[in-house]
Write a protein that binds this ligand. Structure first.
Ligand code: RIB
Length: 309
């Protein structure tokens, strides 16, 4: 029996810490660089596994220098990699990331092997996937694979969390409506609705527009403004945990992976959001994506400091 299956991406994060973006034709020096394991799927899997959940991934790596390290890292973090396959002739996914002096990030993705995760890969993992209590999906893999995973989950009564990231207006909302949780950030909310999400009022309006299409639970992550859970007839806000942010890359994934870990434990959405908010806050205090995620004991220590304040 598995707690969580992440059917999704992995990437190698190439993170440049910059002061200013160069103009066209300009060369600028940037103060720092980090390389690390990332990808929205892998980040979410690692967050949940570091907190003690049994997590498996269905994912693809290429046949380059990065592939072995990506699989080793997942294993070290406690993720079951039986269905993380290496394919020849393509690169692994990579993500050049630019973090500015305000700790905000801009991310490019080159999907590489992630583009080759197919519906047949889900069928190959079917016996294991049927034992899971939750699926987590994102949009860094082909949409037909995402839809196949949702169909599979419905057939086998497995709840699904869909993180529509990166946002794509091609996403067929009929599939999104079959998921138990739909979890965009505010930028993804704007792209999906074509509406502004720059104030609380606008966020709620855009959220209601999405919900009117038939979504069950909408959880919007709002960075330093916290998060909000909306259903057809309720709104629950979770305040942010204030910290000094160094690098916000992967904070949304930290929220989603940790939310999943706590949600599968007892089905309490409010409690899971409160923990996820703290987990994401911890992650922005350090550089990198997965590298900045605490394990269960580091997280417990952090929670203890919050209750003392
Ligand atoms: O959400 C952050 C992630 O987006 C990064 O780790 C990067 O790899 C991209 O997938």
């Amino acid at each position: 029996m598995m707690d969580i299956a992440v059917i999704g991406s992995n990437m190698v994060d190439l993170i440049s810490y910059i002061t200013d973006m160069p103009k066209i034709g300009e060369t600028r020096e940037a103060p720092d660089f980090e390389i690390g394991c990332g990808g929205k799927g892998a980040n979410q899997a690692v967050a949940a596994a570091k907190l003690g959940a049994d997590v498996m991934m269905v994912s693809k790596v290429g046949d380059d220098l990065f592939a072995g390290n990506t699989v080793d890292n997942l294993r070290r973090c406690g993720v079951d990699t039986r269905y993380v396959e290496r394919i020849s002739g393509v690169s692994s996914g990579v993500a050049p990331i630019f973090v500015d002096r305000d700790s905000h990030n801009r991310i490019l993705i080159i999907k590489g092997a992630n583009n080759y995760l197919m519906p047949a890969d889900i069928d190959r993992a079917a016996e294991q996937l049927k034992t899971c209590r939750l699926f987590i999906l994102q949009l860094e893999i082909p949409l037909p694979t995402v839809y196949h995973a949702i169909d599979f989950a419905r057939r086998h009564h497995v709840p699904v969390m869909l993180n529509p990231a990166p946002a794509s207006r091609e996403l067929d909302m009929r599939y999104a409506c079959q998921c138990d949780f739909f979890m965009p950030n505010e930028t993804e909310l704007e792209i999906l609705t074509g509406m502004p999400a720059d104030s609380e009022e606008h966020i709620l309006q855009a959220g209601r527009t999405l919900l009117s299409q038939g979504l069950k639970n909408l959880i919007i992550t709002l960075g330093h403004r916290g998060s909000v859970w909306m259903t057809g007839d309720s709104v629950h806000r979770v305040a942010p945990v204030a910290v000094n942010a160094v690098d916000t890359s992967g904070a949304g994934d930290a929220f989603i992976g940790s939310f999943a870990r706590y949600y599968v434990a007892d089905g309490d959405v409010r409690r899971a959001m409160t923990y996820a908010s703290a987990y994401a806050a911890y992650s922005v205090r350090g550089k990198g994506t997965q590298r900045s995620y605490p394990d269960a004991s580091q997280f417990q220590d952090f929670l203890a400091t919050l209750t003392q304040e």
